[in-house]
Design a protein. Structure first.
Length: 181
């Protein structure tokens, strides 16, 4: 096997050049399947929503792929495993959609998807990982008569979002928020 790299320059490209570093040539394994991309869910979703998982299944091997187990796992929950059957040529990939959905957790969570292919020659390309975020959904009151104690404007920490005034009204006059500062 030979590699040839040619660089040519003229008098106007002084100091320009080319470099190649850290590469290797490998012979692909006969049997090698893996997942390398998460199509859905996206990185942010509403917490509590029912989400589908769709990934890209690859045949990295030299032999055609006809069946493999594909799994996904949310955080440390038990994995969901389904079997893909079909015909995937060497070097090809397909869009695989799991039939089993999950409920989006609140806050940061991790999604991992992977294959379990018998006699897989290279386990380094079996798994994809993604960090996701479930946006907390809070219901707010849509009506308040302002005659009773205001119980929904409070905080349990010193953190308050900019633009929100957390207070108990002290008079009966309604003033613009700019005058309350």
């Amino acid at each position: 096997m030979r590699f040839r790299f040619v660089f040519t320059a003229d008098g106007y490209t002084q100091g320009m050049g080319m470099a190649i570093d850290d590469f290797k040539v490998i012979i692909p394994y006969h049997k090698d399947a893996g997942v390398d991309y998460v199509y859905t869910p996206g990185p942010i979703a509403d917490a509590g929503s029912n989400l589908a998982v769709e990934v890209r299944l690859n045949n990295f091997g030299m032999d055609p792929l006809s069946s493999t187990d594909v799994s996904y796992q949310i955080n440390n929950d038990p994995p969901v495993t389904e079997t893909w059957n079909g015909n995937l040529a060497a070097g090809d990939s397909i869009h695989f959609a799991f039939n089993t959905h999950f409920i989006c957790p609140e806050g940061t969570y991790k999604l991992k998807s992977y294959t379990s292919y018998p006699d897989d020659g290279d386990h380094m390309n079996d798994t994809v990982r993604a960090n996701m975020f479930g946006i907390p959904i809070r219901e707010v009151p849509l009506f308040d008569d302002f005659d009773s104690t205001v119980s929904f404007f409070y905080t349990t920490s010193t953190l308050c979002l900019a633009g929100y005034l957390i207070t108990q009204p002290s008079n009966t006059s309604i003033l613009p928020s700019s005058t309350l500062q």
